[in-house]
Design a protein around this ligand. Sequence first.
Ligand SMILES: Nc1ncnc2c1ncn2[C@@H]1O[C@H](COP(=O)(O)OP(=O)(O)OP(=O)(O)O)[C@@H](O)[C@H]1O
Ligand SMILES: [Mg+2]
Length: 400
Amino acid sequence: MIPMTVVLVHRDDHERAQLRAALEGLPGVQIAGERDDLRAGLALAHQARPGILILDMAPPVEEVLNGASQYKLDHPDCAVFLATETYDPEMLLRALRAGAQEVLRRPLDRGALREAVERAGRLAAKKNGGAGSSTRSVITAFCNKGGSGVSTTAANLAISLKRLTAREVALADLDYQSGDAAFMLGLSPTKSLGDILGAARIDSASVQDALIKHPCGLHVLSQPDHLERVDGIKPEQVASVLDILQSTFDLVVVDAPHVFNEITLEIFDRSSTILLMTEPSIPSVRAARRSLEIFQKLNFLVSPDRVRLIVNRRGEQSAISVAQIEETLGMAVFGTITNDYLAVSTAINVGKPLCSENNDSRAGRDINALARKLVPSQTLEEPVEPVPAKRSRLRLFGKG
Ligand SMILES: Nc1ncnc2c1ncn2[C@@H]1O[C@H](COP(=O)(O)OP(=O)(O)OP(=O)(O)O)[C@@H](O)[C@H]1O
Ligand SMILES: [Mg+2]
């Protein structure tokens, strides 16, 4: 979630303190200021331009509604939340007319508040989407069936995005059950998510400290060698780590666990794109159909480009064609990756990713094409290669 600033206006000190405490407990939320009176609060908001303005419906209610609707006219991108004791259809209608996005009931329900803030964050992220170079994306590779090429795709896509864009890219291996993204890239996880969980707190310092760097400049958050170190990882912890990565990197690629649970839901909520991986086989397409049913229930299919279907191991001999997959799933295939056993296994065995320099495999080309399609405005024609630090140092010594 992008950082979200809040201005809080509430006449009641106790209620205000409670709201503040609840908001401060949410990842990415910053209180830009608080006031106990409407006029002062609106003045502050005009200055601070928060992402969310919370107004208490203190009598005279008319004044609050007028203030809210005027503020919304001046700052249409701000999400206005109205806090109220009376919660009836007439009041809801008036709040809606005043341009409120959410109505918070008393007593405070922290879960409802968190959801409201997340909705506002998602909406803000969507409005900011396509805003050019400032666009930040979280691209999550997922399959509810193991062994479908999630790690291969996530790891190589991250390398490809790093090489094809001039951006800061991170690969987050959040598959706490398997955890082999670093291995796919020929890296040994000297540091990992285990270190973040072992740190006193999850903050940008502990996350930064746990990243390892691939020679191409990609940052990798790996799973630990011993998966017991992340046993019992909580959804909130995964959420905080991802929030921090998202605020630090332009592009974050996630290798997601192969289940629908609270952890994957936190990941999906933060993903601008979910790559649903499938293979041209009947069990695989059936699994994809089950995922799509769940995504439908979770409202992830409302925006047409949030979930993208990827067919891995495409081949001449496949049991099912791409057209048949599209027909069965009722969704267009966004990208395909060739079945390329030799290239994929060699890449892993020699620790040289498919999408590295001079690796001209079919599967690697397919993943590069996928990268270009995912962030078309950010990819450059020619890959951007980092200056190899070792060689330049040698040259420097040679000169001296
Ligand atoms: N396009 C491909 N062509 C040939 N082999 C592939 C391809 N993609 C993946 N593989 C192979 O399939 C196996 C599973 O791939 P991968 O580990 O990427 O899948 P996963 O979904 O992450 O599985 P896991 O359940 O282990 O997390 C690996 O041995 C990999 O080398
Ligand atoms: Mg995997």
